[in-house]
Ligand binder design. Structure first.
Ligand SMILES: *Cc1c(COP(=O)(O)O)cnc(C)c1O
Length: 375
């Protein structure tokens, strides 16, 4: 069986005609950078997520960096991030000489929350970066209330959660990434809305902030060859924008395919007492960037080895807490073990999750996993 962690080829085959045509148009009109395709995609994405402003950029890591640069933070200012996340979230903080403060996450949802954040807020804290891990939005209402109480910025890392709906207690619904002061996302090929190269975007409701972000992403330039601040060169190219615009129309359908696959996995693992299947919280929909199990009997690494031998793709996101990474060894906050983060790094394992998974594939994968546990 042809199993993959992500099947971009199968997905492409279904939209090939449209995608090929769009790429050819860009080759013909040579508007490779900016131009109509980038503008059209930014507008359509803005409509989709319901954000006033969408500023495309070169990748998700740049989006996070540009967000930090736009908020006038000073060296030494503290920025709170979950310790259980991809490195990019904290890397850009360190790069700007800000101080990443790593906090624990909730064991069930994998996301950080008020309970873990509040004890780490000091007079130096300036911002919180909730990461919506694996495709489910963090408990944003409480995080925004906390931010208001302590006068902090909130930058959402929505690289894994585009399309996820957050439900406020009063019934309002907002898309993941549009709740904080700035939202950041990535269009890396394997992300839920992925292009065929690198790409990213920032979301904000604030007009002045949007202008500043656009300026920073373009060498701090206010008009051509007039530079108001130090910026970066971070652009989405037109070929990627054209591809993304086509895939955006399918994003909800892709999300449903992932949810269906996740439900199917869940059913197959219901009889396995050694596995905890992903929690669905009531305040957010889940777009299943990853389908991540928690192995309860301490055999996660053995399971991984077994799956390697059986040619079943899988991955461990993430094997090491951020504070245990060598790169952060010199930061003041280095190595204070956090209970849930420690546990999750030892227990998590992610199975193939993409839009082209068939029921047959899921059953084959789940049977192998269950066999390992003698179930
Ligand atoms: C992928 C990812 C990023 C970085 O996005 P790139 O486009 O690869 O730079 C940042 N944060 C999280 C949580 C991610 O999964």
């Amino acid at each position: 069986m042809n199993l993959r962690m992500v099947d971009l080829k199968g997905q492409y085959e279904k939209i090939k005609e449209e995608v090929d045509k769009s790429i050819q148009e860009t080759l013909d009109n040579t508007a490779f950078i900016n131009g109509p395709k980038v503008k059209a995609f930014a507008e359509n994405l803005s409509k989709y997520v319901g954000s006033g402003h969408v500023i495309p950029c070169a990748n998700g890591t740049d989006a996070l960096q540009i967000a930090m640069m736009a908020l006038n933070l000073k060296p030494g200012d503290e920025v709170i991030v979950p310790a259980f996340t991809y490195v990019a979230t904290a890397e850009v903080i360190a790069l700007l000489k800000l101080s990443p403060v790593m906090v624990d996450v909730d064991y069930d949802s994998f996301n950080t929350c008020k309970k873990h954040i509040e004890p780490f807020i000091t007079h130096k804290t300036k911002a919180i970066v909730p990461v919506h891990l694996y495709g489910q939005t963090s408990p944003m209402q409480a995080i925004m209330e906390l931010a208001e109480k302590y006068n902090l910025f909130v930058i959402e890392d929505a690289a894994q959660s585009i399309g996820s709906d957050y439900h406020f207690k009063d019934g309002r619904i907002k898309k993941s990434g549009t709740i904080g002061h700035i939202g950041c996302t990535s269009f890396f090929p394997s992300k839920n809305l992925g292009c065929y190269g690198d790409g990213g975007a920032l979301f904000t409701e604030d007009e002045a902030l949007a202008q500043k972000i656009s300026r920073i992403a373009n060498h701090g330039q206010s008009k051509r060859y007039y530079h108001d601040s130090i910026g970066v060169n971070s652009r989405l190219d037109a070929i990627q924008a054209g591809i993304l615009d086509i895939k955006l129309k399918h994003l909800d359908e892709y999300g449903h395919a992932r949810q269906k696959a996740a439900d199917h996995y869940d059913e197959s693992f219901a009889k396995n007492p050694q596995l905890i299947t992903p929690q669905r919280v009531d305040y957010s929909s889940h777009v299943f960037h990853q389908y991540t199990l928690k192995v309860q009997n301490g055999t996660r690494n053995e399971l991984s080895e077994f799956l390697n031998n059986e040619n079943i793709p899988h991955n461990i996101y993430y094997p090491l807490p951020l504070y245990a990474q060598k790169a952060f060894a010199d930061f003041p906050q280095a190595y204070i073990p956090l209970e849930n983060t420690e546990k999750l790094c030892k227990e998590v394992i992610s199975l193939p999750m993409h839009t082209e998974l068939t029921g047959e594939m899921i059953e084959y994968i789940a049977d192998k996993v269950n066999n390992f546990f003698g179930v």
